[in-house]
Design a protein around this ligand. Structure first.
Ligand SMILES: [Zn+2]
Length: 138
């Protein structure tokens, strides 16, 4: 399984996923191409049973902490039983991160089906606003 690509701050060591050119903590240059294991810990998640029009319900968004502390927002498939703190598997496709409760070809097929859905850009915008609310709560 391919890893998740991050950037690491040369000054403070902060890891950023997706990779960023400058550190969000101290604005130093970041070292690109840091590969993290494609797994992490589920910190928080939400499930929308009445998502905006165009989305298939349920729509699930999770915050996952990868190795080294990088936090990323992920789109889940909205069917699995989840609990905060559990380990999940990560996959990136076209700049969108997905989390799965188990690895394997079945999950991959479901990911590909999800990618064929047309409103993926809006899913990303929704995930972004969820992440911002989560970070503010702190
Ligand atoms: Zn830094």
């Amino acid at each position: 399984m391919p890893g998740i690509i991050a950037s690491r701050c040369a000054e403070c060591g902060h890891l950023s996923v997706p990779a960023a050119r400058y550190c969000p903590n101290c604005a130093s240059d970041m070292v690109q191409g840091q590969e993290l294991p494609a797994a992490g810990q589920l910190l928080s998640f939400t499930t929308l049973y009445s998502p905006p029009s165009g989305f298939t319900a349920p729509l699930r968004i999770g915050i996952v902490q990868a190795e080294g502390g990088a936090r990323l927002m992920c789109d889940g498939l909205g069917e699995e039983q989840l609990s905060v703190g559990q380990m999940v598997y990560l996959e990136e496709a076209d700049g969108i991160y997905y989390f799965f409760t188990e690895p394997g070809p079945t999950e991959r097929q479901r990911l590909l089906a999800r990618l064929r859905e047309p409103r993926i850009g809006r899913a990303r915008a929704l995930a972004q606003s969820f992440l911002q609310r989560f970070m503010r709560r702190g």
